[in-house]
Ligand binder design. Structure first.
Ligand code: ZN
Length: 133
């Protein structure tokens, strides 16, 4: 079976190397990112401050969404515009937080891949967990 593409791994928040392991733990702790891939062992934090670039992606996306919304929602009364667009910017940046990190690590790994540590077995531990249940 052909492995999923880079866009797929970005969109579904998967490891940029094996494209199977999850970047994030769960929807309950939605902001907490895994330290490494549970399938191939690739570290998701190759260096300190690694995800500063994702902040720029998130900021650019938020600005783009607010600018488009300013054009679309011109009918919002002026007295509500500051509150409306401030809330929209805050919600957009929160909503795109995971995908901005996923996009950053996907692009960076595509340009300059780093090696995962050697793992015994090589099978995804998520798959092993499911088989053991
Ligand atoms: Zn992986």
């Amino acid at each position: 079976m052909q492995s999923p593409g880079r866009f797929w791994s970005f969109l579904f928040l998967r490891c940029p190397n094996c494209r199977q392991g999850h970047l994030f733990n769960s929807w309950i702790r939605w902001i907490q990112m895994n330290d490494h891939c549970s399938c191939c062992g690739l570290t998701f934090y190759p260096e300190s401050g690694y995800f500063v670039g994702s902040i720029y992606i998130n900021y650019g996306t938020t600005v783009a969404v607010v600018i488009v919304s300013l054009l679309v929602f011109r009918t919002v009364p002026e007295r509500f515009q500051l509150v409306f667009f401030s809330c929209l910017a805050a919600l957009t940046s929160l909503a795109f937080f995971r995908h901005s990190r996923s996009l950053w690590i996907t692009i960076d790994y595509w340009i300059n891949p780093w090696k995962p540590p050697e793992l015994a077995g090589g099978a995804c531990s998520e798959d092993r967990d499911r088989r053991e249940d």
